[in-house]
Design a protein around this ligand. Structure first.
Ligand code: CTP
Length: 217
């Protein structure tokens, strides 16, 4: 199958030397890309700025801003079977980018932000590929993740708790709950992201297989 995986943070420029971003390390997305390659799939990886070696067998598309992520996903998604939106796309960006470096002053500095475009929510409802979203939550994890599944019209949402220091964001480990459209849930207990990624790939393969069998029957 052809996987399109997004990973890492986006950077939203403020001026020529500053940007808004988040703590995403890209480790989970890169682990998913590696696990998909290991399982014999083709992988296109759209990556925000991260400090990880690129998976050699993947076609890597480097992006920086949420707008670049939006364009890259829309360009490549028609050619994939599974989209895994693991990237931590910024929700807001500055209304305008200063062309010159903002100079330090005594007065308060107010930065006006506007929402970025939501990549997942922008995808067509009628599509052939499987759409997997991620939900980074600090509280009411399953309820919030369930809301994202419906609001963003995902087939699957992988929810993780980003409030813990020992798993989730920046960590080498994770613990996730996978939510499906038919309200089923599956938990993968705390494990290295590489192990979690292998389990996730198996789950995505199973869902794709079931959909195919349903279509043929
Ligand atoms: N996402 C996206 N486009 C955005 C923001 C997020 O496609 N502009 C995707 C992420 O890649 C992820 C999912 O939406 O797969 C959920 O992202 P998350 O940060 O957990 O939630 P938000 O939608 O940003 O909502 P909130 O910050 O309120 O939790």
């Amino acid at each position: 199958m052809r996987f399109l995986v997004t990973a890492g943070p986006t950077r939203e420029p403020i001026d020529p030397v500053r940007y808004l971003s988040n703590r995403s390390s890209g480790k989970m997305g890169y682990a998913i890309a590696e696990a998909a390659i290991e399982a014999g799939h083709e992988v296109v990886l759209i990556s925000g700025p991260v400090d990880i070696d690129r998976p050699r067998a993947a076609a890597v598309i480097p992006i920086s801003t949420s707008d670049e992520m939006f364009v890259a996903v829309h360009e490549h998604v028609p050619n994939c079977d599974v989209l895994v939106m693991c990237a931590a796309v910024a929700d807001y960006k500055p209304v305008a980018v200063f062309t010159k470096k903002i100079k330090k002053r005594e007065a308060k500095l107010l930065l006006e932000l506007i929402p970025t475009r939501d990549v997942l929510a922008s995808l067509p409802k009628a599509r052939k590929y499987l759409v997997v979203g991620f939900a980074a939550e600090t509280d009411n994890i399953q309820t919030n993740a369930q809301k994202k599944l419906l609001k963003k019209n995902c087939d699957i949402v992988v929810a993780n708790d980003v409030s813990r220091a020992d798993s989730g964001i920046e960590s080498n480990e994770n613990e996730v709950t996978i939510l499906f459209r038919d309200s089923q849930k599956k938990k993968i207990s705390r494990a290295p992201k590489k192990i979690i990624a292998r389990e996730l790939i198996k789950i995505f393969e199973n869902v794709c297989e079931k959909r195919l069998t349903k279509k043929i029957a």
